[in-house]
Design a protein around this ligand. Structure first.
Ligand SMILES: NC(=O)c1ccc[n+]([C@@H]2O[C@H](COP(=O)([O-])OP(=O)(O)OC[C@H]3O[C@@H](n4cnc5c(N)ncnc54)[C@H](O)[C@@H]3O)[C@@H](O)[C@H]2O)c1
Length: 382
């Protein structure tokens, strides 16, 4: 009410700037009340005030404010072992042959990109967009077997889309081949382990000759209310999402600086949860971790700008991966609540990240650094 009154008063003031200034005490009082932002005293007869100020204050109950609160009864645990993951759909022909014209700056021909968490989910689809754009890709994941299968599937799909492409290893051959089959490799690594990260970066450089780009997609979320969150799980969550991003980014930045590379760039995968608080599922540590990822991107962008290293963040909204599909199949109500909160009225597809990640890594975004690109169907606008 108070807000509407302020807007009305402001509109009147703008529309009639020459309105007579009230001189009597009664007039003055009325005008002051008109623009006051202090809530008025509660009136017994005001039914609107009654319904808009009443609350039971208990999370998870059907009452005023319930659509904007967390529900402590929702608990979702990230799979402990690879056997618990739902099967990932096969790599599909999303990239297509390079027949449609676009700006040459979008091409990643001749570049080597590392994608952490690239064995499945969003990381795998983003890796596919880099391969389709001409980059060689190193997939880094905790799940070695799935990473190897995905690496093979990416190359097979590229060959299907580009039947005349030829294998030519960039690390060992100087052949400038326009239609070259990208090289895709797989590495086992826990991104939260500094020694493992260091040795993985060394292996990638020795197999690919260099690294130009990094996408940090290794990460996960879990749902427990903050008080019940198991402390060890919380440390693990921050270790993978935050430390993992930090360790890979600093390792790759060091390599780019040693090479004096002028076109190095990185994309950190944050989440809209780094800017808003999701409802109804409680996930305080994840939200805080993704806020850290977003601000790491901005901080490193400033720190490494002198070395021509660009760092940006992509903050996806709700995306339909195999894992989110499984969670929603088991919780249909959650599906309804989530989509009702998205202005575009639907969840994102993993391939909706293909364009954004290619743009931010490529020379098409040479003056973009420290940005957070939200890919969320408008969720964070409301
Ligand atoms: N799916 C969504 O709706 C959504 C929305 C916003 C942000 N995100 C973020 O996107 C990223 C990818 O999510 P996803 O939905 O594809 O998840 P996913 O679980 O499908 O894939 C994550 C991959 O990371 C790997 N991984 C996990 N821990 C690792 C570790 N310690 N070291 C190396 N690899 C590890 C997993 O093995 C898996 O292959 C995450 O950072 C996630 O927080 C996802």
């Amino acid at each position: 009410m108070a807000k509407q009154q302020i807007v009305r008063a402001a509109t009147r003031a703008l529309a009639w700037p020459s309105v007579t200034v009230p001189t009597t005490r009664a007039h003055l009082h009325a005008t002051q009340r008109y623009v006051s932002s202090t809530p008025g005293r509660r009136s017994k007869d005001d039914s609107f005030h009654e319904s808009s100020s009443a609350t039971l204050g208990k999370p998870g109950f059907d009452h005023e404010g319930s659509s904007a609160r967390t529900d402590h009864t929702i608990e979702v645990k990230y799979p402990e072992s690879t056997g618990e993951f739902p099967p990932e759909p096969k790599v599909q022909g999303r990239g297509g042959p390079h027949l449609k014209r676009t700006l040459a700056q979008f091409s990643l021909e001749g570049r080597v990109a590392v994608v952490t968490g690239g064995a499945r989910g969003l990381g795998l689809v983003m890796a596919q967009s880099l391969v389709a754009s001409g980059a060689d890709v190193a997939i880094v994941d905790l799940n070695k077997e799935e990473a190897e299968n995905s690496a093979r599937a990416l190359v097979d799909q590229f060959k299907k889309d580009n039947p005349d492409s030829k294998s030519a290893d960039r690390a060992t051959s100087s052949q400038e081949n326009v239609s070259r089959t990208p090289k895709v490799t797989a590495y086992h690594c826990d991104v939260s382990n500094p020694d493992a990260v260091e040795s993985t970066i060394k292996s990638i450089v020795s197999e690919h000759g260099k690294i130009d780009h990094l996408v940090t997609s290794a990460g996960f979320t879990e749902n427990y209310d903050a008080i019940s969150y198991p402390y060890e799980r919380m440390k693990k969550l921050w270790g993978v999402n935050v430390d993992g991003t930090y360790l890979f980014a600093t390792g790759v930045a060091k390599h780019l600086m040693e090479r004096k590379c002028t076109t190095g760039s990185m994309v950190f995968i944050g989440s809209m949860s780094g800017s808003i608080v999701n409802v109804p599922q409680p996930q305080a540590p994840y939200n805080a971790a993704k806020a850290a990822v977003r601000h790491l991107a901005a901080s490193m962008a400033v720190e490494w700008a002198h070395a021509n290293i660009r760092v940006n963040c992509i903050s996806p909204g709700y995306m339909l991966t195999a894992l989110t599909r499984k969670i929603l199949d088991e919780n249909p109500e959650l599906n309804k609540t989530w989509t009702s909160l998205i202005p575009m009225g639907k969840m994102g597809r993993p391939e909706d990240l293909m364009g954004p990640v290619t743009f931010l890594l490529s020379d098409a975004s040479l003056y973009v650094t420290g940005a957070d690109l939200r890919v969320d169907g408008g969720y964070t606008c409301t």
